[in-house]
Design a protein around this ligand. Structure first.
Ligand code: NAG
Ligand code: NAG
Length: 514
């Protein structure tokens, strides 16, 4: 410990001793623990720092969803550390309770981890956010060094890399000093990946490498290479690893979800597709081929719409299984989404879309388009997100709506039929014929069909929706509308009676009160 630090710590202790006056007594009491983790507070932190020369502190807020997972992992790490008789002690601070302490320690993010060494409160080692107990233990281990396993020959390498999906291998002519030191630093920080380092000529030639380099081995094969130069700094190497650690296309699942969400790349191109459907292979190939050109700029993600466990993520994106295959760009920074406006998913289309998005020329998918000028002057009314409910759930109108996807020519083929329907009902006061582009407008009703879809909103008070499932032809649709119209008339008469009863009862009640 530096003299200055000793001085600060001593002053600190002295000060708190003077202030509390009961410090000596308190120090004798053991600090309470929760599953091997010290429960730290303003009054016992100094004591903990004094007793443990390596104190890893977890700052969390119990109500944040993110903290919850990290609390469990942290407790797991604590019990493992105890088993191995490690000299590192774990402690936690609930920043929602210990507001002053958190402020004093300059804690700005939760969950976060800091390693306090030799009782020094002022210069903790910032720990990267580690999401598993194994990663926490690895990080601590690597700090003690060496952070990467030293490999001396090919057979040793082969046996080591066989176990892992992805291994970071550093090839350095000098494995003691120089550029390799940057590599060791990087390995200490990236605790969720295995690191090896070698100076073996045999291994250099196996991968055709001549200069100091970092390579990623995926399933034992060299996937990516980064050459180190005298200008290389730690962050360059971290960036290289973080950008390339993901495969070209990452399928979303329980294992990959946190990697995807925590990726350095903030633009994600998501392909929603049922892996069991016919065209899957072809679409996937086009998607993957495009991914190569956008490494580091756009992360390519696949979500299998045929996988029942993906229900929630589909709901989040408001994508219905029936809409797949579908490609959407998501900007994680501002949470805007951009829909690829095509039903053709080939390399050219996907590339053009990425390009347009990166140049800032893509149109975000909005809740609603603005209400078009003269939307109700045309025979077929043009609805958008904002006016949809007001028009559709009008108790005096039977509203027939065509839900369509603007990019689909198959959908647009129904436009003339709707014009005809509108003409047929042009003199009928209580029937409205309308359409809405569902790719540009969110509609707040349950839609479970493929597009195009035809639905009728009858002229009743209740919010009723009747789907039409017959042929897309004039006669049967008119028959359907007329049938529903008649039914609505009866139902509305009943509704009127109920409403009157209710209103009378209300009036009577008010009178009594008076
Ligand atoms: C918190 O930040 C302030 C301003 O940078 C600094 O003076 C103070 O020493 C820091 N406190 C701790 C505990 O690191
Ligand atoms: C993503 O959103 C952020 C914040 O609005 C913006 O600065 C950035 O340019 C967006 N990225 C792209 C590629 O449009």
């Amino acid at each position: 410990m530096k003299l200055m630090q000793i001085y600060i710590v001593c002053t600190e202790l002295l000060l708190s001793a003077c202030l509390s006056g009961v410090l000596a007594k308190k120090e004798d009491e053991p600090i309470s623990e929760d599953k091997e983790v010290l429960v730290l507070t303003e009054s016992n932190l100094n004591q903990a720092l004094k007793q443990h020369s390596q104190l890893l502190v977890h700052f969390y807020a119990p109500l944040s969803g993110e903290s919850l997972g990290s609390i469990l992992e942290f407790a797991k790490a604590a019990s493992e550390l105890k088993e191995t008789k490690s000299s590192v002690k774990l402690g936690k601070i609930d920043v929602s309770k210990e507001k002053d302490l958190a402020k004093f320690l300059n804690v700005t993010t939760v969950p976060s981890l800091r390693l306090y060494l030799s009782g020094d409160k002022y210069n903790p080692v910032q720990c990267p956010v580690l999401r598993s107990s194994t990663a926490i233990l690895t990080w601590l281990e690597r700090r003690e060094g060496p952070s990467a396993v030293l490999i001396t020959d090919l057979s040793q390498l082969d046996s080591l890399i066989a176990e892992d999906e992805l291994v970071v291998l550093g090839l350095f002519k000098d494995v003691e000093t120089g550029l390799v030191k940057i590599f060791y630093d990087v390995a200490a920080d990236i605790a969720d990946l295995p690191f090896c380092v070698t100076g073996s000529k045999q291994i250099f030639s196996k991968y055709d490498i001549f200069d100091d380099s970092v390579v990623l081995l995926r399933k034992s094969k060299m996937a990516e290479k980064f050459e180190m130069t005298s200008k290389t700094v730690k962050d360059d190497v971290i960036h290289f690893i973080r950008v390339h650690e993901m495969p070209l296309v990452t399928e979303y699942n329980g294992k990959t979800s946190s990697k995807i969400l925590n990726s350095m790349v903030q633009s994600h191109l998501v392909l929603f597709i049922d892996k069991a459907e016919k065209g899957f292979k072809q679409t996937y190939r086009a998607f993957k081929s495009t991914a190569k050109d956008y490494r580091g700029k756009v992360l390519f993600v696949l979500i299998d719409t045929g996988e029942p466990r993906n229900g929630r993520i589909l709901e989040y994106f408001r994508v219905r299984k029936e809409e797949s295959p579908l490609v959407r760009m998501v900007n994680l920074t501002d949470n805007l989404q951009y829909q690829l406006p095509s039903d053709q998913l080939d390399i050219q289309t996907i590339t053009d879309f990425c390009q347009r998005y990166l140049q800032g020329n893509a149109k975000p998918k909005l809740q609603s388009e603005p209400i078009p000028d003269g939307w109700d002057k045309q025979p077929v009314k043009e609805l958008v997100g904002i006016n949809f409910e007001r028009v559709a759930f009008n108790e005096n109108k039977n509203v027939l709506v065509l839900f369509y996807a603007s990019w689909s020519s198959e959908n647009r083929e129904l436009f003339p039929l709707f014009e005809e329907l509108a003409k047929h009902y042009s003199d009928t006061e209580d029937v409205v014929v309308a359409r809405i582009d569902v790719t540009a407008n969110d509609v707040n009703i349950r839609m479970i069909d493929r597009y195009p879809t035809i639905k009728l909103f009858p002229a009743v008070y209740a919010e009723r929706v009747v789907p039409y499932s017959g042929q897309a032809k004039l006669e049967p649709i008119i028959e359907f509308v007329n049938g529903e119209r008649a039914r609505a008339k009866e139902d509305k008469a009943k509704e009127e009676i109920e409403r009157k009863k209710y209103l009378d009862a209300q009036k009577a009640a008010t009178k009594e009160e008076l």
